[in-house]
Design a protein around this ligand. Structure first.
Ligand code: GDP
Length: 198
């Protein structure tokens, strides 16, 4: 899939503000500092579409791609420096998002390749599976590890999550690794669903 145009649509702090269009939607989720903003910028080949390294707000940010696809950047969970009250606000918004977006086709769950997933990732995967929304586990910052260490981490993370190694892939905002794979998935999952008549 080629990026012709991408623009920021809106930033929503409550579900009633979520856009009502029917574009197929793709969500990006992960802990704060996982490299989510850098990855979205790398995918879209835009330097500052999403601000990196910034203090996060509890918002879902929506972008429109090629006038046909919706991209939702979910709030980064667990940012160390935000007040406890703000930390508590993350999960309900994410839960509400997953529970209510009828056009959500695929969620990219980002995990730093050097980290071991824990309750947060398990909970997100469980919420997605309850709604039968497929998840693509994206192991970020893979440039930080050698090839053999990457393979080791892929094996360990797939075992921790109880997920096949084929459902995990690596990315790097620095080297551009994973870009083709992610855009291919967006293209594939945004295609109209085949009907019996096809
Ligand atoms: P976010 O909080 O998930 O949006 O994370 P950011 O995109 O702001 O990145 C957090 C930090 O990780 C920044 O210092 C980035 O420069 C760094 N970073 C993000 N992606 C990569 C990557 O693929 N490789 C490396 N080496 N550093 C990265």
């Amino acid at each position: 899939m080629k990026i012709q145009d991408v623009h920021f649509l809106k930033s929503c702090s409550v579900p009633s503000q979520f856009p009502r269009y029917s574009y197929p939607e793709f969500a990006f989720l992960g802990r704060s500092n996982v490299g989510k903003s850098s990855l979205i910028n790398m995918l879209m080949k835009k330097k500052d579409l999403v601000k990196t390294g910034s203090r996060p707000g509890v918002t879902v940010n929506f972008f429109v791609l090629n006038d046909a696809i919706s991209i939702a950047d979910l709030p980064g969970f667990g940012y160390a420096k935000v007040p406890l009250e703000m930390k508590k606000a993350f999960l309900p918004l994410i839960k509400k998002y997953i529970a209510t977006r009828s056009n959500l086709r695929l969620a990219f769950l980002l995990i730093d390749i050097r980290r071991t997933p824990d309750d947060y990732e398990v909970e997100i995967l469980s919420l997605l599976s309850q709604r039968e929304i497929p998840a693509a586990i994206t192991l970020t910052k893979c440039d930080k590890l050698s090839r053999s260490r990457r393979d080791q981490r892929i094996r360990q993370i797939s075992e921790t999550l109880g997920i096949s190694r084929d459902s995990l892939f690596t990315s790097s905002a620095k080297s551009g690794d994973g870009r083709r794979e992610i855009l291919r998935l967006i293209g594939e999952y945004s295609a109209p669903a085949a009907t019996d008549a096809d």
